[in-house]
Design a protein around this ligand. Structure first.
Ligand SMILES: Cc1cc2nc3c(=O)[nH]c(=O)nc-3n(C[C@H](O)[C@H](O)[C@H](O)COP(=O)(O)OP(=O)(O)OC[C@H]3O[C@@H](n4cnc5c(N)ncnc54)[C@H](O)[C@@H]3O)c2cc1C
Length: 434
């Protein structure tokens, strides 16, 4: 069983606060029989829908095949943080790929962030893009490191939007005694991700894209024209874009060896009322420096949306919320009495380097994923860049494809058990604070 079927009811959005507060479109018809396309996209999340929209706007005939519903995957259930850059800071990236390429990568990530902000401003005001992400440190030395990153971005990247926060400043903003400093990035932000991705699907359709839901791709026959198969039909197509990220089953072994499915969980409380500003003094999102990261923000109706990793294993635990509640109360004792109203999990893709994987997996098949917790901004950009490559402009695709993307030890077959062992170790380190 894969992540596509292991933890969810087929065709149903998870029981998230997002699904409870979004206008879900009627189900779209599955693929039946044969169809012809210029491009067939597998997966209707940020990656696939941005790719499809870009191609349709260039006049190509695009069919999107989605196993469940548009936005059903990580795109419709994440923490909503639209971060700057990548999982690693720019100094780390410079050390890996050199200063010039690091600058080019930063510019791409900035474009990805602008894509979200601009799309929401123009087509999805209901997704409520709100500026402000705080990065929080548990020790003075981690805080000093974050301040060095902020200074480096200001000086070397002409990025003036990050302000360092000392111990008192962060505690005034994020009201927990656990943090010792950090920064706030006022050009990053947060959105209601399901409303954003649903608007993206609607926009893609308006541009001429056909989306088939409940249409799991079971295999691809490669050739000058590829044949993309589902149980009930087949798309004959000149190009294929694989946009399944952490949910993509073994359609391609090289991709599967590089992008590891990884689960994360979110709990929403009942509205906090007067308590809300006693947790976060501003409407910003927060993530912290634990390897098993905590990420959280307030919803528009004053709930705490608190995310993190609460259990190990590829199958979701039966009880998602009580461990998250414990973590939340350890951080914010003032929330001890806050009841949880919704709890859900999702699967993202991570890579060994935590840089995205963008790759050619066949003569006319490309794939991207593994945004390692930064996909709200980076997935759309990767979709756009794959669309450019399909349309004959491969420069930016090639630049991303040249990034180091080593397979996980054990390849497609053994990577998950080995990774779980590794994560157990990092979780222990978080608990010990080392
Ligand atoms: C709980 C959680 C919190 C997160 N928080 C953040 C955050 O705050 N900020 C951030 O930047 N990132 C976050 N992420 C990661 C982010 O959501 C993802 O990187 C991003 O949504 C990836 O988009 P995608 O379109 O590539 O993949 P997805 O949105 O997962 O879409 C892939 C789609 O492909 C479909 N699919 C897969 N295989 C097939 C097949 N064989 N046939 C047909 N369809 C198929 C799936 O059904 C799915 O709908 C989080 C993820 C999770 C799970």
């Amino acid at each position: 069983m894969t992540a596509l079927t292991r933890n969810d009811r087929p065709g149903a959005y998870p029981p998230s606060w997002y699904a409870a507060t979004a206008q879900i479109a009627p189900e779209r018809a599955p693929l039946q029989g044969a169809a012809r396309a210029d491009v067939c996209v597998v997966g209707a999340g940020f990656t696939g829908l941005h790719a499809a929209l870009t191609l349709a706007e260039k006049g190509l005939k695009v069919i999107v095949l989605e196993a469940h519903r548009a936005g059903w995957g990580a795109s419709g259930r994440n923490g909503g943080q639209v971060g700057s850059g990548f999982h690693h800071d720019q100094r780390w990236i410079e050390a890996q790929v050199g200063r010039e390429r690091a600058h080019a990568l930063w510019a791409l990530a900035e474009e990805g962030k602008a894509m979200v902000r601009d799309f929401c401003a123009a087509h999805a005001p209901e997704a409520r893009f709100r500026p402000g992400i705080v990065s929080a440190a548990y020790s003075a030395s981690e805080a000093a490191d974050l301040h060095r990153d902020a200074a480096h971005l200001a000086e070397d990247y002409a990025y003036p939007h990050i302000a360092p926060l000392d111990r008192d400043e962060i505690r005034a903003l994020v009201q927990t005694p656990l943090y010792h400093g950090g920064w706030i990035d006022r050009d990053a932000g947060h959105v209601h991700p399901l409303r954003y991705v649903l608007a993206l699907a609607a926009r893609a359709e308006a541009a001429g894209v056909t989306i088939h839901e409940r249409s799991t791709v079971t295999g691809i026959a490669q050739g000058k024209v590829a044949r993309v198969r589902t149980e009930a039909g087949e798309v004959v197509t000149d190009h294929v874009i694989l946009a399944g990220n952490g949910y993509l089953p073994g359609l391609d072994r090289g991709y599967a060896a590089r992008v590891l499915p990884f689960n994360s969980f979110i709990a929403a409380t009942e509205p906090l009322g007067d308590l809300a500003p006693k947790v976060l003094a501003e409407d910003v999102a927060v993530f912290d420096s634990r390897w098993v990261v905590n990420y959280y923000r307030l919803s528009e109706d004053g709930r705490m949306l608190f995310g993190g990793r609460a259990a190990w294993g590829l199958t979701f635990p039966k009880d998602i919320t009580s461990k998250l509640h414990q973590r939340m109360v350890r951080m914010f004792p003032q929330l001890a009495g806050a009841k949880v109203s919704h709890g859900w999990g999702g699967t993202l893709g991570i890579t060994r380097t935590r840089l995205p994987v963008v790759m050619r997996v066949g003569a006319n098949i490309v794939a991207a994923g593994g945004y390692s917790g930064h996909g709200v901004a980076l997935a759309g950009l990767a979709g756009r860049v794959m669309a450019e490559a399909v349309a004959g402009q491969a420069g930016r695709f090639d630049a991303l494809a040249a990034l180091p993307s080593p397979p996980f030890p054990g390849g497609a077959a053994l990577r998950s058990p080995l990774m779980l062992l590794g994560m157990g170790w990092f979780s222990l380190r978080d608990k010990l604070g080392v």
